[in-house]
Write a protein of this length. Sequence first.
Length: 250
Amino acid sequence: MTRNGAARAVGLTKSYGSGAAEVTALDQVDVELGEGEFTAIMGPSGSGKSTLMHCLAALDHPTSGQVFLGDDEISAMNDKKLTEVRRDRIGFVFQAFNLVPTLTAEENIVLPLAIAGRTPDRAWFDEVIDTIGLRNRLKHKPSELSGGQQQRVACARALVSRPAVVFADEPTGNLDSASSAEVLAFLRHSVDALGQTVVMVTHEPVAAGGTDRVVFLADGRVVDEMREPSAQRVLDRMKSMGPRRPSLGD
Ligand SMILES: Nc1ncnc2c1ncn2[C@@H]1O[C@H](COP(=O)(O)OP(=O)(O)OP(=O)(O)O)[C@@H](O)[C@H]1O
Ligand SMILES: [Mg+2]
């Protein structure tokens, strides 16, 4: 039996709008994300990075093509099944931390489980908390935490259900370099120590340089990939792809 990756897209096409206003955000994308690997997705603004993540994470429906999570085709699932998949098997980290301001760090971390009526696995919760190094901040509200700490709380929230894949869309986009380094170190550690599969969109060569593999998108297509990347090699590759248009955010 062939072993499938943690997530896979086959001929994935996603268009928005119709007629003259139609935009093809993804055009026949084939990509496989290795289990227990840290993958970066890079490419110019508008190249389809967020759309790819959303389709892989069951947050958006493909126009055509297939998306698999492990052996299960999520592109064939109904909304009820997709809700279960998002809740039980996917973790998502956004550029804006999206923490609930009135809840403590700990309450934020376990909120998705609480909503799903599940109790956190205590041993796993402890492991995640120790990995993010926030044990003495658990009773703090988000406003009492630095940006890097808030994003680590958001990462812990994504990890606490032991999802098959954690998707992070520009998780360091709002952070200074020291806080970015904290979050990247945590994601790296979650792959190395906890065996987590992580996929991250980033514009930063230094961030991509710490992953296992970089997938480059341009105009909705996969145009290149790099294994064992370094920040310098990523930077050189980006230069050859042309300047990045300024992003107005998502
Ligand atoms: N909901 C939507 N409706 C219409 N067009 C959309 C929608 N979402 C994305 N697009 C378009 O699809 C293309 C890809 O967008 P996407 O957000 O995936 O790019 P991105 O690579 O994440 O860019 P950025 O680096 O700026 O975040 C763009 O042309 C965008 O304008
Ligand atoms: Mg985006």
